[in-house]
Design a protein around this ligand. Structure first.
Ligand code: GLV
Length: 307
């Protein structure tokens, strides 16, 4: 039996020695040195390797290296194979910090000051009222809840929107399509941390932006949540005042994509959060043990639901 590790973004030099320390006696293989493909029983992956998973005929489980799993193209993975998301304190902390930073940048108007400086303008403005600066988080999973807690700890009133009703302490919760407009009403910042599913693809669209009035968008979910043209139009129309985007339809976006040069869009290259091998390898090792024993994994994906 062997464990396969493949990622285009995670550093194997950080992951493999720690993983091996948690799994003494196990053979851990780094793609493309996969040995006998039929011997691989667990694959630890960010995306599928270029040749897919078809040759891994003994595969029991896939452990995602991301909090999300859509990048694994699970439609091509047999439903009999268990799949687990990565839940890791390092990943949650990174995400909470990124969203707090992006929110504070807007709340303290650094975006306006950056633009004013570039054109030689001294643009004094009084500070804004924090109690009236409501931030809405779409998706209250592990990451959404961590972001909500961090924003609330910094004094921001927080709303949350989820597919099914949910209660999170300190968060005004809204659920489902019928409560989406009420959730959006009056928000200063909208943060997207939804899983990417058929239902949430293109959810950040003109209809949603039309409910906003000069709000800011922070998309740290997936690029496919956003209709790019609708964002550009919403910025032009003033429905949105700016956007911070960490995820894109293709990464990087093509060189002629309008986001690159847009004065009201800040792009970051999918860096909002990453699993920390120092903490995540223990969780991954536990999941490998579970998968090998045929037991349910921690944070296992509901294959029908897609997250
Ligand atoms: C990153 O995008 C992740 O899914 O963790």
């Amino acid at each position: 039996m062997s464990i396969l590790f493949y990622s285009t973004i995670d550093d194997p030099a950080e992951w493999l020695p720690r993983l091996q320390a948690h799994l003494p006696g196990e053979t851990i293989r780094l793609w493309p040195d996969i040995g006998d493909p039929a011997a691989v029983d667990v694959a630890v992956l960010w995306t599928q390797p270029p040749e897919g998973l078809g040759a891994l005929t003994g595969l029991k489980a896939v452990q995602s290296l991301g909090a999300g799993v859509n990048q694994l193209s699970l439609g091509t993975v047999s439903p009999a194979i268990r799949v687990a998301r990565l839940v890791d304190p390092g990943l949650s902390d990174d995400m909470a910090e990124y969203c707090l930073l992006a929110t504070l940048r807007y709340f303290r108007r650094f975006d306006l000051h950056e633009r004013a400086q570039r054109v030689g303008e001294w643009s004094f403005r009084l500070p804004q009222d924090r109690a009236g600066y409501e931030v809405g988080i779409m998706g209250l999973g592990t990451l959404g809840a961590a972001v909500a807690a961090r924003l609330a700890a910094n004094g921001f009133p927080v709303r949350g929107w989820t597919r099914l009703p949910r209660e999170v302490e300190g968060v005004r919760c809204f659920a489902g399509a019928t409560e989406l407009d009420a959730f959006l009403d009056g928000l200063k910042v909208v943060i997207c941390l939804l899983p990417l599913t058929a239902e949430t693809t293109s959810i950040l669209n003109a209809r949603l932006f039309a409910r906003l009035d000069g709000a800011y968008l922070i998309n740290v979910g997936r690029g496919a949540h956003l209709v790019d043209d609708d964002l550009v139009q919403a910025l032009e129309a003033g429905r949105l005042a700016g956007a911070t985007l960490d995820v894109f339809h293709s990464e990087p976006p093509p060189a002629d994509h309008p986001f690159w040069s847009h004065s009201h869009i800040l792009m970051t290259p999918h860096v909002a959060s990453a699993g920390d091998p120092a903490t995540a390898t223990a969780i991954v090792a536990e999941n490998i043990h579970r998968a090998q024993a045929g037991a349910p994994m921690l944070y296992e994906v509901d294959r029908a639901r897609g997250y």
